[in-house]
Design a binder for this molecule. Structure first.
Ligand SMILES: Nc1ncnc2c1ncn2[C@@H]1O[C@H](COP(=O)(O)OP(=O)(O)OP(=O)(O)O)[C@@H](O)[C@H]1O
Ligand SMILES: [Mg+2]
Length: 455
């Protein structure tokens, strides 16, 4: 049902409009001042606000600004008993859908309401179309419009239906596991199992029996025959994660499956053919591991047929807004919150962060902000992990005079110069960041840089 919020302090207007609009099948909510109006708005289910220009608690224009800041498609129609043409122009410029002078005829109100709702419905549709377009730039849940990600999606689509072995490399948190899943989901094997084994997490002996299975009596505790993960993945995909740390003996066995698609259960000499697609992942530089003699060269060439390299997040900054939006939507839904928005300041902070933990770190930062923030708009302060770090205490301590102290003014100036120099070094020469770290504004910092001749 379409919900209208009536934000007007006048009981008479409230009564009249309530009667008129409920009769037309609208659901009504009422508020007599700005704070009371913000409550239902924060829940995100108001379609239209009818708002008096002289609304107590800040005025109708203030409420209009708040509605716009929420970023949804809620339409606002301003009402005024004393409104001038100037007021009306100003309201429209700030995004009001309409402006009505009081007193108004019922028809006038209904007409304005219909028009405003129609306009916001069009805008919503527009957004939905844009979102659908965005979806075409992604692969299932893998977000990425950066050219390197788009090239990866192309590769995935091209090789999905083959049985070629695929190696996914990249730093931790870049999306290797997610991509392996997407590859399976896009292949003709999607109805088959997707079996994931973290080769780095299991001790060698266990890993072998886990992957290849064992027969009864093969080792203490092997009380019955057991099929391994390769057999379990028959008809589907097996994903071997953290392949870079495996032992030479294990690598020989792996070479055998990759090459011939056959396994031998531990303690058995029979060979079992397995129909699996093998996807492997590592965050190690395998080429270097080969040179260092830690990884078999023959295995490396076998698995290096199709290699997908996930770029670190810092090298695809253009994806950050879309990823942030994706996680905002997901966590808002998971935690039962209304749709959330990021302020431009928060977005700038996300765009500038170095992201050593890649997409996983971004995901964590957003989830924390969603869980802890009480407002539907997340600001820079909701991303404390990304705010410029405090200066290391040592840098400040070093600035304290050690020898005989001269006039206080000179001592302070010398300490100030050292602290500013340390802050600049700490922020890699970035003046804006240094100003934030020191909690002074940019012009103050610039003035001091000139004063002390720091460059
Ligand atoms: N392009 C992306 N779009 C959406 N979500 C992503 C993307 N890349 C990564 N993620 C999410 O980020 C988190 C980390 O990704 P994933 O586990 O795939 O990384 P990984 O490279 O396998 O890390 P590790 O090396 O630690 O195993 C996951 O929750 C994943 O869903
Ligand atoms: Mg992983």
């Amino acid at each position: 049902m379409t919900k209208i919020l009536l934000a007007d302090p006048d009981p008479r207007t409230q009564t009249d409009l309530r009667a008129l609009l409920t009769q037309r099948g609208f659901e009504l909510d009422a508020a007599a001042d700005v704070p009371a109006a913000l409550e239902p708005l924060a829940l995100g289910d108001v379609d239209l606000v009818l708002c008096d220009l002289a609304l107590p608690g800040g005025g109708g224009m203030r409420l209009l600004e708040e509605v716009r800041a929420l970023g949804g498609e809620t339409a606002v129609v301003l009402l005024s008993a004393f409104g001038s043409v100037q007021d009306a122009v100003q309201a429209m410029q700030h995004g009001a859908a309409d402006f009505l002078g009081k007193p108004f005829a019922p028809d006038q109100v209904l007409c304005a309401v219909d028009r405003a709702l129609e306009k916001s419905a069009l805008q919503k549709e527009n957004h939905a179309l844009r979102a659908a377009l965005d979806d075409r730039l992604r692969l299932d849940n893998v977000v990425g419009s950066d050219p390197r990600m788009q090239a990866i999606f192309k590769t995935v689509k091209a090789v999905a239906d083959t049985r070629s072995t695929v190696l996914v490399t990249g730093e931790s948190g870049t999306g290797k596991t997610l991509l392996a899943r997407a590859l399976h989901a896009h292949s003709s094997r999607r109805k088959g199992p997707f079996v994931e084994v973290n080769c780095g997490a299991l001790p060698e002996s266990l890993l072998e029996s886990e992957l290849f299975g064992h027969v009864k009596g093969a080792f203490t505790g092997a009380v019955r025959d057991k099929a391994g993960k390769f057999e379990a993945a028959a008809g589907g995909t097996i994903f071997l994660d953290e392949i870079g740390t495996s032992s030479p003996a294990f690598q020989v066995k792996l070479l055998r499956v990759v090459q011939d698609r056959i396994v031998e259960r531990v303690g058995d000499t029979r060979t079992i053919p397995v129909d699996v697609r093998i996807v492997l992942a590592t965050n190690k530089d395998l080429e270097q591991a080969v040179r260092a003699g830690e990884f078999r060269e023959d295995l490396y060439y076998r698995i290096h047929v199709i290699t997908i390299e996930m770029p670190p997040l810092r090298e695809r900054q253009s994806d950050i807004p879309a990823l942030a939006g994706h996680f905002l939507r997901r966590f808002a839904a998971e935690h039962g919150r209304p749709p959330l928005q990021l302020t431009p300041a928060a977005m700038a902070l996300l765009a500038a962060a170095p992201w050593p933990g890649n997409v996983r770190q971004l995901e964590n930062v957003i989830e924390r902000a969603v869980v802890l923030s009480r407002s539907p708009v997340l600001d820079a302060a909701d991303l404390p992990a990304l705010l410029p770090g405090r200066l290391p205490a040592a840098a400040v301590a070093a600035a304290a005079p050690t020898g005989p102290v001269g006039p206080l003014r000179d001592a302070l100036a010398s300490a100030e110069k050292q602290i500013i120099t340390a802050a600049l070094a700490h922020c890699g020469g970035n003046r804006e960041q240094a100003a934030r770290t020191l909690a002074v504004n940019r012009s103050t910092l610039f003035h001091k840089l000139r004063k002390y001749g720091i460059r």
